[in-house]
Design a protein around this ligand. Structure first.
Ligand code: FAD
Length: 289
């Protein structure tokens, strides 16, 4: 099916994008990689009167570290994240997730900002950012605000972004001590959305866990932050028993449904096994950091 008629514009400044969003509100949609929006338009689930293409904007695809943060521009493409030496060497959870997203064609076009703004509960970046306690920088004509990732997802395909806002940047706090993380994804075949996936991040303080980040993909109406699992690890030694307990908490936090990808009970069990496995890998990486 073809989408209904729409107007298209590709501004080359953020200010112009913001003024178009202010002018058209709900009638406008930002176009980043188009890997979720265009299929929705073809199915006529989304029928924007205006498409505002952000691919000509300069400076929205950076990946850089500042004193306190890792900063990622919202238009950084999945493949740019997969190829980044900085992420490979210092943020293994991000480096692990990027090549597991979709297939090479989608990764060449799809962006991290588009993925987060789309808020698909099977989206991989949402869980990674929940595990990393990221902050999202949104800009509108009236200024900038920072949204904690915990406040960003507000249900399936729903976020805290206003129609007048562009997601400009993702900020990830730099770990204070030795840290490591990973992303484990079960998919029916290469390139598929997750049957289940888990994002795991561990920050150590000497022999104890300073902070754990654990989040779950495709097992609920949105990406789930497994807070009871995180709390169970905070301040304790990273022993197999502690990991088993945290994995149990994570499985309890999952709210999967039975579908063509597997039964709810099977998916919960995968969460339990993957969280334990992910924690073991995260610990090895943190100790070696
Ligand atoms: P677009 O499609 O351009 O936009 C998506 C939505 O976000 C739109 O509503 C748009 O207006 C809004 N938006 C875009 N950028 C911004 C911004 N900067 N600020 C505010 N709003 C914005 N994803 C996964 O996570 N895992 C997978 O395994 C996976 N498999 C896929 C397989 C296929 C075959 C396809 C087609 C897609 C798959 N995806 C998967 C989705 C893919 O990752 C998309 O790239 C992503 O969901 C959307 O990013 P995009 O840049 O293409 O956004």
């Amino acid at each position: 099916m073809y989408p209904p008629r729409f107007d298209y514009t590709a501004p080359d400044s953020v200010d112009e994008v913001l003024s178009l969003l202010q002018q058209h509100g709900d009638d406008a949609k930002l176009l980043a990689g188009g890997q979720s929006l265009i299929p929705l338009m073809k199915l006529r689930f989304a029928t924007p009167a205006w498409l505002v293409d952000i691919n000509r904007l300069p400076d929205l695809s950076f990946i850089e570290e500042t004193k306190g943060h890792l900063r990622i521009g919202a238009r950084a493409r999945h493949n740019e994240l997969a190829r980044s030496n900085l992420l490979e060497s210092k943020y293994p959870i991000v480096a692990a997730a990027a090549p597991l997203i979709a297939d090479p064609l989608v990764r060449n076009l799809g962006t991290i900002g588009g993925s987060l703004a789309h808020a698909d509960p099977a989206g991989d970046w949402g869980s990674v950012m929940l595990a990393l306690s990221a902050e999202l920088v949104a800009r509108s004509a009236s200024g900038e605000r920072v949204i904690a990732i915990g406040d960003f997802f507000q249900g399936t395909f729903t976020t805290a972004l206003q129609p007048t806002e562009i997601l400009a940047e993702i900020r990830i706090p730099r770990p204070k001590g030795k840290a490591g993380g990973t992303y484990l994804k079960l998919e029916r075949k290469v390139g598929d959305f997750a049957t289940v996936a888990v994002a795991v991040q561990l920050e150590l303080d000497g022999k104890k866990v300073r902070k754990a980040g654990i989040a779950l993909t495709a097992v609920g109406p949105e990406n789930i932050k497994a807070t009871a699992a995180e709390d169970a690890l905070s301040g304790v030694e990273p022993t197999p028993e502690a990991f088993a307990e945290a994995a149990e908490h994570a499985a309890n936090a999952a709210q999967p449904i039975s579908d063509v990808r597997g039964s709810a009970a099977y998916k919960k069990e995968v969460v339990r096994v993957f969280v334990k496995r992910g924690l073991e890998r995260a610990l090895r990486l943190a100790e070696a950091a």
